[in-house]
Design a protein around this ligand. Structure first.
Ligand code: CU
Length: 488
């Protein structure tokens, strides 16, 4: 170990001693035995039958640990919300009612819908009020999600439990040979991290340091449960993974070291399944993977929380937690085959691009050290030197125009998300994306190197209801690492 590492190590030890809750949490994990939980599958609201879709955002009391309720928020329930299934080419009215004692919004993360229906910070639903969105689905099959996007309160409301899946189907997904029985072999998994004291979820609050690093808690929570199991058929199992953490990066592996196959990114299927043994997901990202359960009685999906490379906290907390135990039940009919070709993804030629834009995600140190004096705002988080201002439109895009966005971050990794469309990655740190990342995305991990993405918008967003781009570390977003734009 070098001298430099020793110094870091000392710092890490001090940090750990300050994180008193870590020990409390770990002792709690020992005193409760939640692994007998059967995975909760969110209710499916399938809009194919033109069912009126009404969702109520409400206060709840959810038991992460048996017999110990925590104060939470949910949608049509105590924690998290139903899965909404939407169809390409179909328009569906979805009404959100706010039964909370505070304002909220519900953003459809990943949806290509007009700014009026986007649920950004301008689409406020006051307490006791409702808002009806018309989800006119033009995009391809994929896994999106919904969550609050209230200015300055997104992190707290998502943390309390307001989130759910949106699954989009199209002609391709309807006929494709992949597991698609919801809750049988097509399983939505939202993975989060929370802290517990005597089995009770710690309510949201953040120190300045936690705003800087993002809120990183200790206990893995999957669909609102701790280390659940699920009975699955002895065939291919499709997991729709959502990193629903405020700030944590997750690394997924299988306990037995087996390969799994990634079949979809945020916004749709890859061209073919990509074999892998570990998968890193940034906050806000979705990936669909296939797990082969043919020759095994059980397997466990593990998650490791990644730390920034600089932090030696990871040296001590490098443990994998069980996200989900898959147990084979031979009485369930298995899905035994998978298509080789899943999708056709037409590359966007660089020559088609008519506008290039640069986005630099900046952290507070720059201003604290007095290097920048032109800022007349208080927030320490910004993009291109500007913190989010609801009254400022940062740029305007043209519908149908191809654009190249060049994004980089400062100090640490930031998951950059934009509303209203999906993009393709052109390059990251000068290299083309690997096979598993050559799909449609709306959230991408950026570091100090440059990430280039190409995109176009097929819907509009007015000045009244603009689209957002922001860091999906929710503490950074709330602190101002966000901007807004129109599409005309
Ligand atoms: Cu960030």
């Amino acid at each position: 170990m070098t001298l430099k590492n020793s110094a870091l190590l000392l710092g890490a030890l001090v940090s750990i001693s300050l994180l008193g809750t870590t020990y409390i949490v770990n002792s709690n994990k020992a005193s409760y035995s939640p692994s007998t939980n059967k995975l909760m599958i969110p209710e499916l609201i399938d809009t194919k039958q033109n069912r009126a879709t009404e969702l109520v955002i409400q206060e709840g009391r959810h038991e992460f640990f048996s017999g110990v309720p925590s104060e939470t928020k949910g949608v049509n329930g105590d924690y998290l919300g139903p899965t909404i299934k939407l169809y390409q080419g179909k328009s569906t009215q979805v009404t959100f009612t706010n039964d909370l004692n505070e304002a909220t919004t519900i953003h459809g993360h990943g949806l290509h819908v007009d700014g009026r229906w986007d649920g950004g910070p301008q689409n406020v639903i006051m307490p006791g009020k409702s808002i009806t969105y018309s989800y006119e689905i033009i995009q391809q099959a994929g896994t999106s999600w919904y969550h609050p996007h209230l200015m300055g309160k997104t992190a707290e409301q998502v943390h309390a439990g307001v989130a759910g899946f949106i699954i989009i189907e199209d002609d391709n997904s309807d006929s494709l040979d992949v597991p698609s029985r919801y809750g049988v072999d097509d399983i939505p998994i939202v993975v989060q991290d929370r802290s517990f004291v005597n089995g009770v979820m710690r309510n949201y609050s953040v120190s300045m340091e936690q705003i800087m690093e993002g809120l990183k808690e200790e206990t893995l929570v999957v669909n609102g449960q701790i280390s659940p199991y699920y009975d699955v058929p002895s065939g291919w199992i499709r997991l729709r993974l959502l990193n629903g953490s405020n700030a944590r990066y997750h690394s997924y592996t299988l306990e037995n070291g087996d390969s799994f196959w990634k079949i979809a990114t945020d916004g749709g299927f890859l061209e073919s399944p990509v074999e892998m043994t570990s998968l890193v997901m940034a906050p806000g990202e979705r990936n669909e993977i296939l797990v082969n359960m043919v020759n095994t009685a059980s397997n466990r999906v593990l998650v490791e929380f990644l730390e920034d490379e600089q932090s030696l906290l990871s040296f001590f907390k490098n443990d994998h937690q069980v996200a989900l135990e898959l147990r084979v039940d031979d009485s369930i009919e298995p899905h035994l085959t998978v298509a080789d070709v899943l999708n056709v993804i037409e590359d966007i030629d660089r020559n088609q691009v008519s506008v290039e834009r640069n986005f630099v995600l900046e952290m507070g140190e720059v201003e604290v050290e007095g290097l920048v004096s032109s800022h007349n705002h208080h927030s320490m988080f910004s993009i291109n030197g500007r913190s989010m201002d609801m009254n400022t439109i940062n740029h305007s895009s043209k519908k149908g125009q191809y654009e190249l966005w060049r994004i980089s971050g400062q100090e640490m990794r930031h998951p950059f998300h934009m509303h209203g469309t999906s993009f393709l990655i052109v390059s990251q740190n000068g290299a083309p994306p690997n096979e598993a990342d050559r799909g449609w995305k709306d959230t991408v991990d950026v570091n100090e190197g440059i990430t280039e993405v190409v995109l176009k918008f097929d819907v509009t967003a007015s000045k009244e209801y603009p689209f957002m781009y922001h860091c999906h570390i929710l503490e950074h977003e709330d602190a101002g690492m966000m901007g807004q734009f129109t599409v005309e």
